[in-house]
Ligand binder design. Sequence first.
Ligand code: XMP
Length: 318
Amino acid sequence: TWTPDSFVETTVLALKEKLGDDRVILGLSGGVDSSVAAMLLHKAIGKNLHCIFVNNGLLRKNEFHDVLEQYEGMGLNVKGVDASARFLDELAGESDPEKKRKIIGRVFIEVFDDEAHLVENAKWLAQGTIYPDVIESVSVTGGPSATIKSHHNVGGLPDFMKLKVVEPLKMLFKDEVRRVGASMDMEKSILGRHPFPGPGLAIRILGDITAEKVRILQEVDAVFINGLKEWGLYDKVWQAGAMLLPVNSVGVMGDERTYEKCVALRAVESTDGMTADWVNLPYEFLQKTSNEIINKVRGVNRVVYDISSKPPATIEWE
Ligand code: XMP
């Protein structure tokens, strides 16, 4: 019978055999799959695993710094690459959702390719592909592997695509990946993380993207997500996040009239992201969260809660 412990044992042995003294490159996203894949490879080949974690400037508040520190704490050979400015620059003025996705996919590959070249004699590209990614043409799990797959046909193959591919989680479902991670003593804060789209906050900022809009949404998202954790709701929700709407509305603050941004909070239950129901969060929680967002986050004077299910609404607003 399959157990996480036996999976780790046999997979690490098989990886050792297969990879020998070869160098392997892996793109970390902060998500569960790439993190567990990295840990298995780390156990098998140690420093010959070269992880690359790209900050596209569209991650959650403090995520790049915090997750990088966590990875280093796990002993991984990881390089953080802050390409925020480059992504924001290339996205400037673009408000079409699909074009935003394409730009992010392309720039990610360019940044990753540059970094991969710095690792001499690399022979393999490791990916955190899991079984549902294999059977679906489009991955819904987010992260570099999804980004690479959906955009690798744009403008010819980058050099790192010539590497041989190793995918240690290819036969596993998400819950099995989490159990494998747990059996390697990985932290719950990584294993229990909500899915997060590869294009990040870019597809939660409706319309064009600016550094100021990213800042606002990061603050809002942090209040919401930290609140869910404090109230013990985070693990009961499959995915949650906030959307910054391209709408200003009138408000009042003290004696002043305000004309500021509106944000929508979204929390859904789902098993695979293909269908989803909005979550009946407690009114007291919504009330407290709304007050905190409006009081703390400069530039926002209205909060709404998204009560649409998928289908017909999607989880992300873009
Ligand atoms: P939708 O919005 O299509 O989202 O209901 C379903 C799941 O997929 C994630 N998602 C993406 N992940 N790149 C990704 O890596 C994308 O472009 C993308 N769009 C949506 C979304 O967060 C949800 O978990």
